[in-house]
Design a binder for this molecule. Sequence first.
Ligand code: TRP
Length: 434
Amino acid sequence: MAATAGSAVGLGNIWRLPYEAGVNGGGAFILVFILCIILLGIPVMLSEFIIGRSTHKTIKSALRQLSPKTKIYRFSHFVIIGVLITLGFYSVVCGWVIEYLYQAIVGGLSGHTSSEYTQIFNGFVGNGWQCVGWTIGFLAVNFLVMGQGVQKGIERISSIMMPLLFLFLVVFAVKALFMPGFKDGIEFFLYPDFSKLTMRGVIDAMGQAFMSLSLGAAAMIIYSSYFNDDAPLAKDATIIAGVNTLVGLLAGIIIFPAVFSFGFEPQSGPRLFFEVLPGVFQQMAGGQMWAIMFFTLVFFAALTSTISLSEVVISFFHEECHMSRNSSLALTAVLAIAVASVSAMAFNVLDHVTVFGMNLFDLFNTLSSNLFMLGGGIFTAVFVGWFLDRQIIIDQLSNHGRCNRGIINFTIFALRYIAPVAVIMIFLFSTGII
Ligand code: TRP
């Protein structure tokens, strides 16, 4: 469970949720996000747990076992492509975290004005060597760690780092209480003003909920294939979703008061976290130490997430393509480095390339959550809700009758009806019908 929570808690909560909220108008977005976590996120997480724990297999063989007469298992290919694209943009941000950790160590983050922090960020991502270099450096660490076969270690890192990260976030949130922009920041982030909410915002909130819970990418299927038969799935999913959401909310409670105190734009997008946080540290006694420790914790939170993403692809090659574990790892590393390098170049060498009006990084970022995670999550929901033998769902959620069955009806209802309605809404929206 520690490893599963480690997969969920990552840059998605700390970096992505606040800027998505900023772009989409704040409080109303957060409200929809929380509703998505409860109505879709927890049920979809349970559907992945049901597939994983009932088969003890990874996605393709699990689907083949559960639905032997169909070709549904082919859906796993869509998932693998989605995971590679996710790794592609996510590792770029991990590279930014390393650069900021490095800058914190050498003292490059102290003593600047707000506009200088924007320039520092622009200067860094605009430098192709640096931006691509750190991205590849991060992935190298990721795959070297994975090559050591350190499953136990990952669990241990997660169970130490996560509470520490949480503690840090609480300390910074207390600090935010005393900032001059606190009231404006919190009002923006938490007070729902529905006039600012667009249909695009609703879809982004849904995608954000799936991304932040690591859903729709078969990662939860893999992790739950190791759960023991007594683990109470519904309770675990609720705790993971709760802690994960809380981490995201704390990040926003820190970032928005700072945004309004220092005069940044809440809409500034992926750069928001990196522009705003150095200013927060600057205002704290011992700011450099706080910055070093914080970026280290964020680095580990990101690493436990990329490990779970990479594992999906590695185990796919290993189990489905009959490659050795080492060759699968090497192939995954090459593919991830290729995709990530392209997206790291979106800010420098390839900054003139746009697709649908987005640079390549934004494209991968948006496709990852709004197409692959949502598509994957909803597929799992419909598969489990409509096609899977109901007895398997009941057995898994009640541990063969040993624990509370209360959540079963709600889960089946959500998987059968709420998730498909969500897809239809997305379809109507993206085709321009509504
Ligand atoms: N949930 C992680 C985060 O919030 C990202 C992540 C890790 C992920 N593993 C995943 C997303 C698997 C989708 C699927 O940072």
